[in-house]
Design a protein around this ligand. Structure first.
Ligand code: NAD
Length: 288
């Protein structure tokens, strides 16, 4: 049994932490939202009063926060030092983070002799509940081997993407593609409908050509096409990931023509106060 500190018990973090509890680990959690803490406690978790308390007595510390600035705030602005950790602690950031912040965190923790993995996840909160996430890991193989029994309770596919920061980069590249594909799917399905095509038939047909994608296959049938916009993945988080992708590409010097256009559409949704809805709400927004 390992002692695990889990910070960020939201849509993803709560089911992930519950899988660790069910794997017979002692999990101490913190979230700034008291409702999330109560749900975690009901599932058998021990509640900490602060993120620092979560860090202090853990062999593994996991963060699953909205953005990398939240992780940065906890670790660096709080002036966490070597004395804040148990010897041999492994810090695992599972947030979809900006790779440049991830690089800074690796550098900071390495200076104080704490091992770190960046390990953001793919797939949905439903897969988080069933322990079948895809986990993209950056860090040394040695650290990954130590953390694997913990990661295996949350994910069914672990991909070692390379050294420090490579998990973060893989996730951002993946989400650059899928946030843009979301808009193409929304536009195309509106075009189908207004052309008088049967949507189910259109989906079935496009799944058998190069037009197919994960939205046609999974997210639209589960949300937009059911007229259900309870967030599996919030529009504002999709926008955040797309912005990180654009920023990363601009710093490297690769084009972001589609990314920038898509970003404007997401921003329109957020400005209309729709950021907490599911990202497939783009289907409504692009009805014209
Ligand atoms: P969420 O907003 O549901 O949960 C984040 C939680 O962090 C909230 O409960 C919030 O109260 C808490 N929090 C924020 N700042 C905090 C702080 N300083 N201290 C303690 N708690 C704090 O978000 P989510 O959907 O669980 O996503 C978490 C991360 O996973 C994001 O980076 C997101 O991009 C990524 N992600 C989400 C999905 C998805 O389908 N929802 C899928 C893959 C990856």
């Amino acid at each position: 049994m390992a002692k695990i500190g889990f910070i960020g018990l939201g849509t993803m973090g709560l089911p992930m932490s519950i899988n660790l509890i069910n794997g017979d680990h002692k999990v101490t959690g913190f979230d700034k939202n008291p409702d999330k803490l109560s749900a975690f406690q009901r599932a058998g978790g021990a509640v900490a009063k602060s993120s620092l308390e979560c860090i202090e007595d853990a062999q593994f510390i996991i963060t699953m926060l909205p953005q990398s600035s939240d992780v940065y705030e906890i670790l660096i602005n709080n002036k966490v030092t070597t004395n804040s950790f148990l010897p041999g602690t492994i810090f695992i950031d599972m947030t979809t983070s900006h790779p440049h912040t991830t690089d800074k965190l690796h550098k900071h923790l390495s200076k104080i002799n704490i091992e770190m993995l960046d390990a953001p996840v793919g797939r949905t909160s439903t897969m988080a509940a069933s322990g079948k996430l895809l986990i993209m890991v950056g860090g040394t193989k040695t650290t990954l081997i130590k953390a694997e029994p913990i990661l295996n309770l949350m994910g069914s596919t672990i991909v070692h993407c390379g050294g420090a920061g490579m998990g973060s980069r893989m996730k951002i590249v993946n989400n650059y593609m899928t946030t843009i594909t979301n808009l193409v799917t929304a536009e195309t399905l509106n075009l189908c409908k207004k052309s008088g095509l049967d949507i189910d038939l259109a989906l079935k047909t496009m799944r058998q050509t190069t037009a197919t994608n994960g939205h046609i296959d999974k997210s639209y049938p589960a949300r937009a096409l059911q007229n259900n916009y309870d967030p599996i993945f919030a529009l504002e988080l999709a926008y955040k990931d797309l912005q990180i992708g654009i920023d990363l590409a601009e710093k490297i010097g690769t084009p972001t023509v589609l990314g920038k256009e898509a970003s404007k559409v997401y921003k329109t949704g957020i400005d209309k106060g729709l950021g907490k809805l599911d990202w497939t709400y783009m289907y409504e927004l692009l009805k014209g």
